[in-house]
Design a protein around this ligand. Structure first.
Ligand SMILES: [Zn+2]
Length: 219
């Protein structure tokens, strides 16, 4: 006997997540089995469809939900402390700020999932892939990587490359500290996140190759 979980056990633990079921709006085990069985080109084609859905939603003003930064949590914690007439920021104020911003993120994510029909299934397949890679936080990492893939811009400057000026809505001449002025967002999830992104790009490449092959076959 070994303590190392088998592939089957890792699949089982990934698919038993009740929060994923609720968030993804999936109905039953069949959804899991279908998503788990997707080939690379099938997953790549699903990603391409998801990106088309996102492009259409973005034109209607849909925004990618962003998890709160430490700075935003600290700012809200200060506001809560002030509202409660506390002289200093206590742990309960920071906890309340973190929870309020996290709840806001989850609500925005649900709204995004409602608009992007492919997102729940795509997210599930990616989560299972992350589980096989023994990623410790499969739900949050796979979700963050997907959102990054849809819009890979820096969350701090929204891809505008410069820090915001103290005057509302204007940019300063100082490069964004978060992205060093590139405008590109950092791939979330560390090594696991980078591996998932490489996997996604490989799958999209295969799907495109398949499409080209079929088109040439018809010609
Ligand atoms: Zn930036």
């Amino acid at each position: 006997m070994t303590d190392t979980p088998t592939t089957q056990e890792r699949y089982a633990s990934a698919t038993q997540s009740s929060s994923l079921r609720v968030e993804a709006g999936l109905q039953g085990d069949a959804d899991y089995l279908i998503a788990a069985g997707w080939s690379k080109s099938r997953f790549g084609a699903a990603l391409m469809r998801l990106h088309s859905e996102w492009d259409a939603a973005a034109r209607r003003g849909c925004q990618i939900p962003r998890q709160a930064t430490r700075k935003q949590i600290a700012q809200l914690a200060r506001d809560i402390a002030t509202a409660k007439q506390s002289k200093q920021v206590e742990k309960e104020h920071s906890d309340a700020a973190r929870k309020r911003l996290e709840d806001g993120f989850v609500a925005e994510l649900k709204e995004t999932m409602r608009m992007l029909k492919m997102l729940p299934e795509v997210r599930l397949h990616l989560q299972l892939t992350a589980a096989l890679d023994e990623c410790p936080e499969t739900e949050s990492v796979s979700c963050a990587v997907l959102l990054h893939w849809l819009k890979p811009v820096c969350g701090a400057c929204s891809g505008r490359k410069f820090q915001l000026s103290p005057r509302a809505g204007e940019l300063s001449s100082v490069a964004c500290r978060s992205c060093g002025g590139s405008g590109h967002g950092k791939v979330p999830g560390g090594e696991h996140g980078r591996k998932l992104l490489t996997y996604m790009e490989d799958c999209v490449g295969r799907a495109r190759q398949g499409i080209r092959y079929r088109l040439n076959g018809r010609a």
